[in-house]
Design a protein around this ligand. Structure first.
Ligand SMILES: [Zn+2]
Length: 307
């Protein structure tokens, strides 16, 4: 007679970072983008903005291991709502410093449309920044099951009011104690480029240089294939990205964006941004979008994953 089978816990092999990058689902990215753009507008002054807020809470709230936090603020009496999906190492985590934040703004604007009225004009914001928002939702889904392997808190920040010159992220950064974050990574407009799988990699201070170099090395290490990956120092006042308040506060901060600055041989110009025509059909490079999501996830995991 055979001895009774003893249930032994056979640890399943841990997925590598490369495995986790492969879990990013282009169909889910598309689905999120279509929903976000389908609300009509996510302008902070438009009634449909509330639909985007509800969608983010619904999607993030359905992921086990994600803690939701809200930060409300106001800019010129316009209410802003930042939404944070917090993924903590298990079983315990008590550190107050060294966290990692990945952000994307979910609000939109169409102020380049003739006759624009923010309360009524459509602002689908597919590329800007449905692409980044969808990528963050996928990151939440993929990282949350790995929280026993994290060594640092990962905060996924869905910022509001970026289109009013990063008012949501600035309101958040103003609350941060020194040392709270060791790295801030921002994703904004990453789906349009009919010519190249290009991303611009903005970095903000000398304190961001190491993070910039990690991003470049990570693109190579996992053969993600962003090319060209243009590192650009973004110290001037024209830093219209949620990465800026972090960087200017001295936090190591980078941003991935399809183009920063003038058009050139690897970027032909996206003339639908900030108009009613920033619709899902303008996401002309879904391969770039997927690569941007992968690069963001890989950099975050290189920092926050313990094993
Ligand atoms: Zn944007």
């Amino acid at each position: 007679m055979n001895p009774p089978a003893t249930p032994t816990a056979v640890p399943s092999p841990k997925p590598t970072i490369a495995d986790l990058l492969g879990q990013i689902d282009p169909n889910k990215l598309n689905d999120h983008l279509n929903v976000l753009a389908g609300f009509g507008s996510r302008d902070v002054r438009h009634p449909a903005h509330a639909k985007a807020v509800a969608y983010l809470y619904e999607q993030l709230g359905a992921i086990p291991g994600v803690q939701l936090q809200t930060q409300r603020s106001a800019y010129q009496s316009i209410p802003l709502e930042n939404i944070f999906a917090i993924i903590d190492p298990t079983p315990t985590y008590a550190r107050e410093t060294g966290w990692v934040i990945v952000s994307a703004h979910y609000d939109s604007i169409s102020n380049r449309t003739p006759g624009w009225d923010p309360r009524t004009t459509a602002a689908p914001g597919a590329d800007d920044n449905g692409t980044g928002t969808a990528a963050l939702l996928e990151l939440a889904r993929i990282v949350a099951p790995q929280r026993s392997r994290l060594k640092e808190r990962l905060v996924l920040a869905f910022f509001d009011g970026e289109e009013l010159f990063f008012k949501g992220s600035a309101a958040y950064v103003s609350t941060l104690p020194k040392g709270r974050y060791q790295a801030a990574i921002n994703l904004d407009m990453v789906g349009f480029n009919p010519i190249a799988d290009r991303l611009d990699l903005l970095w903000y201070t000398q304190g961001s240089a190491q993070l910039r170099d990690l991003a470049i090395a990570t693109n190579q290490k996992y053969a993600i294939g962003v090319a060209p990956l243009n590192a650009q120092f973004a110290a001037d006042g024209n830093t219209i990205m949620d990465a800026a308040p972090f960087g200017l506060a001295g936090i190591p901060s980078i941003a991935f964006v399809q183009r920063y600055g003038e058009n050139d041989a690897t970027f032909p110009g996206n003339y639908s941004f900030h108009t009613v025509n920033d619709t899902p059909d303008k996401i002309t490079n879904k391969r770039l979008w997927l690569k941007a999501a992968k690069l963001t996830l890989a950099v975050a995991l290189e920092i926050a994953l313990a094993n």
